[in-house]
Design a binder for this molecule. Sequence first.
Ligand code: SAM
Length: 255
Amino acid sequence: MIKEGDLVVIWIDSRRIYLVKVDPQKRFSSDKGYIDMSNLIGKEYGERISLSTGREAFVLKPTPFDIYRGLKRPTQVLYPKDVAYILYMIGAKPGSTVVEAGTGSGFLTISMAYFLGESSKIITYDVRDDTQRSAKKNADFLGLADRIIFKLGDVREKIEETDIDAVFFDMPDPWNAVKSAYDSLSPSGSLVVFVPTIIQVEKTFMSMRDLFVDVHAEELMSREYQLKENAVRPKSIGVWHTGYIIYGRKSLKGD
Ligand SMILES: C[S@@+](CC[C@H](N)C(=O)[O-])C[C@H]1O[C@@H](n2cnc3c(N)ncnc32)[C@H](O)[C@@H]1O
């Protein structure tokens, strides 16, 4: 049952999906009508609601996908398809300690906090104070900020933590931070790098190949389908390129 302070999704149609925190003093408004949020309290997730215009909507339980759609984003963020695979690659599990740079809008940070749970430690670095503040706001809004340590710093110079299970970079020149990752990781720990161009893949690979084993690069593609009677087919518009994922595990050959 929905109560004050819960996060809910108000789903009107496939282009109008809103992530909101239930505050009985506030009103949810959209171009299709409004509803006083006090009317959401006591409803079950999945229930149909009626907006001021009579337009029907549904109140749903948020998933990370809704968080991704509803997040405030001052920077480019990772796409869910890439985040899901990255979590799988690093073997993320409750209790893991992970270092990340840059924080950006915090979408990966928040996803890690969500999936790794309360016993994990996520340390996220960024050189920019403004993006970190907005990522922290996102994490606060979702009630996940206490699982995350936000640090202002340049990972090319140093990562302060050691014995880390996995390091993840989404920044313009990750090759300049590979040695910092190496020094911070525990033996066999994973380094995962996300970059949007092939030149960056090559530079990253060259900087990893002597320090890491099992180094490889991949690109994931996802295609959404139009669901319409007698016309089910791939959508004509979509996101065709996000970036490349480079992976390697710390070997002891560089020590
Ligand atoms: C594309 S954004 C990261 C987006 C993030 N992965 C997300 O999903 O929201 C890149 C971030 O890297 C930060 N950055 C760039 N160079 C850095 C460095 N040397 N150390 C730490 N952060 C850095 C930038 O300030 C920027 O906020």
